[in-house]
Design a protein around this ligand. Structure first.
Ligand code: FAD
Length: 392
């Protein structure tokens, strides 16, 4: 059965998050875009509503809302408010997801609970990327060497969301570089562990309310028990590479939903503007060149949402993404966000180019969705391999 309707619970969540985004996020977006500070005050308000941890299981301290479509609706609404602030609210999910995918029950109890305190939200950072290992994750050079009951980590991660300010860093490192993918493993590093530090804080084009920095590990010693997924060969142990792929595969539609939120914000703004802006004695949306542009924007937004919700339906029904459906949703929504925000700017003409209007910020914010969590090219690689393997 195909059903495009939302349940009453999903509609209530959508309404609640939309109101939060309208009241608490939108009015702060420009300020944080300028200051590039971390929006702690907004994140704290979001945590009180459970928006930082609603999807974690109750047994680990979360609210237990596991429905994927609800998750994507929340991401769309938060990023409709502001993608930088929305990212700050949601980004801990990636480190948490690595722990959920690879962690032992003990590790989940210890660490997931930390992300679930509504009065004291704490952040996670997922540290995969390195200067020489971006799309090519197999080239990771951060090392993890076993020394007695401890692992010793050395290396530098770059472009890490929440890097250096997170309470928990999940770090992918190689235990044996000659093994490539197979030598990768993931480790949990607690805040304040000696040898862990923040490197350069990046100054970015967009999503500036999200903190991005280098993470440096210099003889950083962690207990052996902090290796995610247990030791190789242990019953139930999950390899770091498998865990990374699985984590990213499931996060992609959510990233697409965030991109969709930006696209919708820009489209709605441009539509309203086009009804009020009069040139050649009529509102510009009555000029076919603008009316058709808005029609294309609306169509692309709906198509992106359908791909995202399909991926959510598949997750809910435990249907694997055999044809790269998660990647399809992220790829398409990222491209749509870029196209729609640029078109919205065009609808506003010269005003769209001015920083007095939010559209130029939405263009800058949208671009990252073709880059992070697997570039558009990497998504196409994943899809092309999946369809070839699947046979159609
Ligand atoms: C704001 C921001 C936040 C980020 N947050 C995190 C984070 O929290 N954690 C984390 O681990 N990483 C994070 N990243 C890193 C991000 O995931 C990488 O930037 C991304 O994976 C691309 O890697 P790269 O920048 O090294 O580009 P490269 O891999 O060097 O790619 C450069 C270009 O070449 C293309 N390319 C590369 N290989 C191929 C190929 N085989 N075929 C075709 N084209 C190819 C790419 O698509 C891209 O267009 C973040 C990045 C940014 C900008």
């Amino acid at each position: 059965m195909v059903d495009f309707g939302l349940t009453e619970e999903q509609k209530a969540m959508q309404k609640m998050v939309h109101e939060f985004a309208e009241k608490e996020i939108r009015p702060r977006a420009e300020e944080y875009d300028q200051s590039e500070d971390f929006p702690w005050d907004v994140v704290k308000k979001a945590a009180k509503l459970g928006l930082t941890h609603f999807w974690f299981p109750e047994e680990y301290g979360g609210i237990g809302e596991t429905d994927a479509i609800t998750h994507f609706i929340v991401a769309e609404e938060l990023c409709w408010g502001c993608a930088g602030i929305g990212t700050s609210i949601l980004s801990t999910g990636l480190a948490a997801s690595a722990i959920m995918v690879m962690g032992t029950d003990e590790q989940k109890k210890k660490y997931i609970g930390r992300f679930c305190d509504p009065d004291n939200p704490r952040l996670g950072a997922m540290c995969l990327t390195e200067p020489e290992a971006g799309s090519d994750v197999s080239n990771i050079s951060t090392t993890a060497k076993l020394d007695g009951d401890e692992y010793v980590l050395n290396g530098t991660k770059c472009f890490i969301t929440n890097g250096g300010i997170a309470d928990v860093h999940v770090v992918f490192a190689t235990t044996d570089r000659s093994l490539g993918w197979a030598g990768l493993a993931a480790f949990i590093i607690d805040k304040d562990t000696p040898g862990l530090s923040m490197g350069k804080k990046e100054k970015k084009m967009g999503v500036r309310a999200s903190h991005t920095a280098e993470v440096v590990m210099a003889d950083c010693r962690i207990p052996k028990a902090n290796r995610l997924g247990g030791e190789p060969g242990e019953p139930g142990s999950t390899s770091g590479a498998f865990g990374a792929i699985s984590m990213l595969e499931h996060s992609r539609p959510g990233v697409g939903a965030s991109a969709l939120g930006i696209a919708r914000a820009a489209y709605e703004y441009a539509l309203e503007y086009s009804k009020n802006r009069v040139q050649f004695r009529k509102p510009i949306h009555l000029h076919q060149g603008i009316g058709f542009k808005l029609a294309d924007m609306a169509t692309k937004i709906d198509a992106a949402r359908l791909l995202i919700w399909r991926a959510g339906w598949m997750v809910n029904n435990r249907i694997p993404f055999q044809r790269g459906e998660g990647s399809m949703s992220k790829l398409y929504a990222g491209d749509v966000a870029m196209e729609v925000t640029v078109d919205a700017l065009q609808v506003l003409g010269g005003y769209g180019y001015m920083r007095d209007y939010p559209v130029e910020r939405w263009v800058r914010d949208a671009k990252i969705y073709q880059i992070w969590e697997g570039t558009a090219e990497v998504q196409r690689m994943v899809i092309s391999r999946a369809i070839a393997a699947h046979g159609k």
